[in-house]
Design a protein around this ligand. Structure first.
Ligand SMILES: Cc1cc2nc3c(=O)[nH]c(=O)nc-3n(C[C@H](O)[C@H](O)[C@H](O)COP(=O)(O)O)c2cc1C
Length: 232
């Protein structure tokens, strides 16, 4: 395997979502570099529909407090639904929740413990920076959302390459009006998700959660492409 491929394979397989960060802020030049890397993402007809707000310091603390207040007051205002239906995707989402709660030592019956996990999300897991990813609604929004997914993965891999970590957070989108108001964002821009980022706290049991993946055979069908899915 060429060195660049091996580097990329290591990079993409090392990336994971930590749920505890150190408070140390990142150098501005690194955040700039990460944004420049993310900006190279492909998009439909090169529309580049991502509108990104980066928050740190007082802006970060203020938004976190406003999100916690919105949560306590049940002031939800999601721009998008999070419905996994009744089948396999719901099952996987439950398995994922069991792993996250398990790593934190929270039982399924422990309501306060589960509430605290949501609060931890709204504290951005202690991350010093958050990127909020907004999008214009063009048509049914699906292609735009796909483009922003591309942007987000570039962002996450750039963080990883620099020794940092990030976690996408759809939960922030549950309080879209709160976020828009706090950042002075127009109602026309919809909040897809945020990415909390910084230096992962490697001493935390919430840092290295291995979510696992389903085998390729459950995701990929090959046509006239022998050998690809043979057992190795
Ligand atoms: C669009 C998106 C939204 C997510 N939202 C949240 C979230 O709100 N809170 C959270 O703890 N993790 C969130 N995650 C992280 C996923 O749980 C995580 O990516 C998945 O379990 C796979 O784990 P890994 O990223 O460590 O490989 C989100 C991931 C994506 C891609």
């Amino acid at each position: 395997m060429p060195a660049t491929a091996s580097f990329f394979t290591d990079l993409v397989r090392t990336r994971h979502s930590p749920r505890q960060f150190l408070p140390t802020p990142l150098p501005a030049m690194d955040i700039r570099g990460i944004l420049e890397d993310a900006q190279t993402a492909p998009s439909n007809s090169n529309t580049q529909p991502w509108h990104v707000h980066i928050i740190s310091g007082a802006a970060r603390d203020t938004l976190s407090n406003e999100l916690l207040k919105a949560y306590e007051e049940d002031q939800t205002s999601p721009d998008f639904t999070s419905d996994y239906g009744e089948g396999i995707y719901r099952e996987r989402s439950h398995q994922h929740a069991a792993i996250v709660y398990g790593a934190r030592g929270v039982e399924r019956s422990d309501r306060e413990g589960r509430t605290e996990v949501i609060r931890e999300n709204l504290r951005f897991y202690g991350a010093p920076h958050v990127a909020l990813l907004f999008m214009p609604v063009l048509g049914d929004g699906v292609r735009t959302a796909g483009d922003i997914g591309m942007y987000a993965q570039n962002f996450l891999l750039s963080l990883t390459a620099r020794g940092y970590r990030g976690i996408p957070q759809a939960v922030l989108g549950v309080y879209a009006d709160t976020v828009r108001k706090s950042l002075g964002v127009d109602d026309e821009l919809k909040l897809l998700f945020g990415i909390a980022f910084g230096i992962g706290d490697q001493t935390s049991p919430m840092h290295d959660i291995n979510m696992g993946r389903i085998p390729l055979q459950q995701s990929v069908v090959v046509h006239d492409t022998p050998g690809v899915l043979d057992n190795r």
